[in-house]
Ligand binder design. Structure first.
Ligand code: SAH
Length: 390
C-alpha cells in the first residue's frame, strides 16, 4: 500500500480525527492512482490512518480509519461499516412508522464519499468519489445482506464533490418500478429515485416537518420551496384549514399533488402553485399564519457566501413583512458554508429591517439519521429557526 507523508506540524488535524487531508499539508504524495486506498503518516513516519487518495481535488485524501496499527482492509471491513451504520439507525428510527431514512451519512458514519438513502425496499447509493466507487460491490453486498431488494446508484451529483466517477446512474440487479411508495411518520410519500432531486426526497427535514404539523391546527400554512410536499402533508395531517405549496419545478408540484391525493383523496384544503417563491411572496394577499422557508443551498461554495447571505436575508425579509401578527415562520438554510451563527445574524437583520418583534422558539437541525462526526463540523449543514413573529 502506498503512503502519503504529511509536512511537519500538519498532523494536528488528523490527530484530532478530522478526515480531510488538504493538498497544502502534503510533503510527499503517494505513488497511487486516483481513488486508491493509502496510508497517511506524519513527518516522522508515524502511521495516522487510512484513506481514499484523490488526484483531482483540493482534498488529497479522505481518511476513513484513524489508527496507528496496520489493519486489514477487506470486504468484511466495508460490509461491517455499513452494518454498523444500519445498527445505529435501528435504534434511532421506528421502522413501523418510517421506512424513509438515511442509512449512511458519509463522514458522519466514517465513510467519506458515499451516501445511502432508503425508501421502503429501495436503497439509493450516491457515489461521490472514485475511492468509494472502487468499493461499490462491497456496499451493494452489505445492502443485500440487510435485505434491500432494489439498489439504485446515483452518481449525477449536483454537489461540487463529484470526481471522475464513471459508474452511470442505474439499477444494480432488479429494478423497482418508479415512483416507490414509502412512509415517513405514518404519512405516505411517492418517491422517484430515478428522476427526483437529490436521492428522490429531502429526508433531512423529517423532524422539522413533524414539528410544523404540531403547530398547524386550524392554521393557514404556506409551504415555500415545497418540492414534493413534505411539509404540506404534515400541515394537513396536523389539521391546517388551508395549505399552499409553492415550487418552481413543475415535476415537484405534480408529485406534491399526487402525494396529497394519496393521503387525503377528498381534501379541498390544499392548493399548489408552480411559481418563483420570491414573486409569489411579494404578490400574495393571503394572511398566512405559518410559513415554511426551505430554499435550496444558496451558497454552493465559500466564494458564494456574500451573495447567498443577501438571498436569505431578502427571502426572510419578505416573509416577515407578510406574516400575520402572532404567526410562525420555520426558516432554514442547508448551505454548509453558512454556519449557524451567520444564519441567525442574517435572520436577525431581516427581522430588524421588517421592524417586527421576533422570538426564537426552537433551533432546528438535521435529524438523528444524519449524524455529525464531532471531528468534522462541516457535516452540520442544515440549520433552521422556528420563529414567533408579533
Ligand atoms: N422543503 C422540501 C425540500 C426543498 S428543496 C421538502 O421538505 O421536501 C428546494 C426546492 O426549491 C426544490 O424543489 C426546487 O425546485 C425549489 N426551488 C428552487 N428555487 C426556487 C425558486 N426561486 N422558487 C420556487 N422554488 C424554487
Amino acid at each position: 500500500m502506498q503512503t502519503l507523508i504529511l509536512k511537519s506540524g500538519r498532523e494536528r488535524s488528523l490527530i484530532n480525527r478530522h478526515p480531510w487531508v488538504f493538498s497544502g499539508a502534503v510533503k510527499e504524495l503517494p505513488q497511487a492512482q486516483n481513488g486508491e486506498i493509502i496510508r497517511v503518516v506524519d513527518n516522522h513516519n508515524n502511521l495516522l490512518g487510512f484513506g481514499f487518495f484523490s488526484t483531482n481535488s483540493q482534498i488529497t485524501c479522505r481518511v476513513f480509519e484513524f489508527t496507528n496499527e496496520e489493519i486489514l482492509i477487506n470486504a468484511d471491513f466495508w460490509v461491517n461499516k455499513i452494518l454498523s451504520a444500519y445498527h445505529l439507525r435501528k435504534q434511532l428510527i421506528d421502522f413501523s412508522h418510517t421506512n424513509i431514512f438515511r442509512l449512511l451519512h458519509a463522514e458522519g458514519d466514517f465513510l467519506p464519499g458515499v451516501i445511502i438513502d432508503i425508501y421502503a425496499t429501495v436503497a439509493v447509493v450516491q457515489i461521490l468519489i472514485r475511492g468509494t466507487e472502487n468499493i461499490k460491490e462491497n456496499i451493494f453486498d452489505a445492502l443485500r445482506q440487510i435485505g434491500f431488494k432494489h439498489i439504485y446508484v446515483k452518481t449525477k451529483s449536483n454537489t461540487q464533490r463529484l470526481e471522475d466517477v464513471t459508474t452511470p446512474c442505474g439499477w444494480v440487479g432488479e429494478p423497482c418500478e418508479m415512483p416507490v411508495e414509502a412512509t415517513e411518520n405514518g404519512i405516505k410519500f411517492l418517491v422517484d429515485v430515478e428522476t427526483g432531486q437529490k436521492t428522490g426526497f429531502f429526508i433531512d427535514q423529517r423532524e422539522s416537518r413533524k414539528l410544523l404539523g404540531e403547530f398547524s391546527k386550524n392554521k393557514k400554512v404556506l409551504n415555500t420551496f415545497s418540492y414534493s410536499g413534505g411539509f404540506s402533508l404534515y400541515a394537513l395531517e396536523g389539521g391546517a384549514t388551508l395549505v399552499h405549496s409553492v415550487d418552481s419545478s413543475k415535476d415537484a408540484i405534480e408529485m406534491c399533488e399526487r402525494n396529497v391525493k394519496l393521503n387525503y383523496p377528498a381534501t379541498t384544503n390544499h392548493e399548489s402553485f408552480v411559481a418563483d417563491v420570491f414573486d409569489y411572496l411579494k404578490n400574495t394577499e393571503v394572511d398566512y399564519d405559518v410559513m415554511v422557508l426551505d430554499p435550496p443551498a444558496f451558497a454552493k461554495n465559500s466564494r458564494a457566501v456574500a451573495n447567498a447571505a443577501r438571498g436569505y436575508k431578502n427571502l426572510n425579509l419578505i416573509a416577515f413583512k407578510k406574516i400575520k401578527p402572532g404567526g410562525m415562520i420555520f426558516t432554514f438554510s442547508c448551505s454548509q458554508h453558512i454556519d449557524r451563527d451567520l444564519f441567525r445574524k442574517i435572520v436577525f437583520s431581516a427581522a430588524a429591517d421588517a421592524k417586527r418583534n421576533v422570538r426564537v422558539i426552537r433551533q432546528l437541525t438535521q435529524p438523528d439519521d444524519h449524524p455529525i462526526n464531532i471531528f468534522h463540523p462541516e457535516g452540520e449543514y442544515l440549520k433552521g429557526l422556528m420563529l414567533y413573529v408579533e
